[in-house]
Design a binder for this molecule. Structure first.
Ligand SMILES: Nc1ncnc2c1ncn2[C@@H]1O[C@H](COP(=O)(O)OP(=O)(O)OP(=O)(O)O)[C@@H](O)[C@H]1O
Ligand SMILES: [Mg+2]
Length: 326
């Protein structure tokens, strides 16, 4: 360990927080969850522990859109995660985090403050799209246009980069959670049954396998009883069409805002998909058809932002400056 503390990169996601340690790789990947006692409100667990505790408490998700939504809980959760990967009585880590492209100066200040309060020694913010592109393995050495689409839990973020600069960006509040809600709405509309979020999430993931139908457990609102239901896979994808189309439209509108010479580059270089939503079957094909450009999925879509921030951490100079980066 360095005398003054380790260098870490943190991807603070709405669903998961991932921490990359310099020269080690990803050392933490846990749900961005905090479990509070249902009666007293006291925090009783963080991350995977909070998710595993099950009943008896209230699970809170203190991050939204890459920023703290519940400042106090987010600070405590970040501190818990940082201590988990780096505990030392004196040394504190230098931390690099991603800054969403639609964030305001107030968001930026809040993100820094929260990281300092969570015991970071220094904090550097890297544009989220740049981290995603680096983590997807893009080489950003020239000014060629590249597109990166990050589909997380509660948002999809689209950005066009020229070299390391973000030229156009757009976002839409539809990610994996919106797809789950669309599937639950479909089950309620068509079958009059209630599908809870974990069951919708599980159905969506299993629909990406090879099966033609998926068995789900839904609740009858009249009797309160659970019923098993077979959902044809194509109906699950039909249900997911509305959030998917919103993501596709946002990508299209972002391309339309780009200078013509970059649009031409995009036709050749194409777009890369990152984030857990990139695993949704059929999304890549739909984007390819509409955008008329090659679309590929990053090798490790869920970890791409953390890996991209990790590339920045690996470049961090001794005085904490990112060589040639913002
Ligand atoms: N196999 C899969 N198929 C479809 N969706 C998936 C799959 N695996 C994960 N997801 C979705 O990915 C989302 C989480 O992705 P990710 O971990 O990139 O989000 P995040 O970075 O925490 O959130 P955000 O970027 O919005 O802050 C979840 O909503 C989940 O439903
Ligand atoms: Mg994310």
């Amino acid at each position: 360990m360095r005398l003054l503390g380790r260098d870490l990169a943190m991807d603070l996601g709405a669903a998961s927080t991932r921490i990359y340690a310099r020269r080690k790789g990803i050392v933490l990947d846990e749900p961005s969850a905090v479990m509070c006692d249902g009666r007293t409100g006291k925090v009783i667990g963080y991350g995977a522990e909070a998710a595993a505790l099950g009943g008896g408490g209230r699970t809170c998700w203190p991050v939204s859109g890459g920023l703290p939504a519940d400042t106090e809980l987010a600070r405590r959760m970040i501190r818990h995660f940082l201590r988990k990967v780096h505990w030392h009585p004196y040394a504190r880590p230098r931390v690099i985090m991603a800054l969403p492209s639609d964030s305001t100066p107030i968001d930026r200040a809040a993100l820094r403050d929260i990281a300092y309060e969570a015991e970071a020694r220094t904090v550097q913010l890297v544009p989220h799209a740049l981290a995603a592109a680096l983590g997807a393995g893009m080489e950003l050495t020239d000014c060629t246009g590249h597109m990166v689409i990050d589909i997380g839990r509660d948002a999809a973020r689209v950005a066009v980069l020229s070299g390391e600069s973000v030229v156009a960006a757009g976002s839409v509040p539809y990610g994996g959670q919106a797809v789950n809600r669309a599937i639950a709405r479909f089950v309620e509309r068509e079958h009059g049954l209630l599908l809870d979020e974990p069951e919708a999430e599980s159905a969506k993931r299993r629909a990406g396998g090879g099966d033609r139908q998926i068995m789900v457990h839904a609740r009858d609102p009249d009797t309160g009883r659970e019923r098993e239901l077979a959902l044809p896979v194509e109906r699950i994808f039909e249900a997911a069409a509305q959030p998917v189309e919103s993501i596709v439209r946002t990508a299209m509108e972002t391309v339309e805002r780009c200078p013509a010479e970059l649009t031409a580059d995009l036709g050749v270089r194409g777009a890369v998909l990152v984030g857990g939503g990139a695993l949704l079957r059929g999304l890549g094909r739909r984007l390819r058809e509409t955008l008329c450009m090659p679309v590929r999925r990053a090798e490790r879509p869920l970890e791409a932002v953390a890996l991209g921030l990790g590339r920045c951490v690996d470049e961090l100079g001794p005085i904490g400056r990112l060589r040639g980066r913002p």
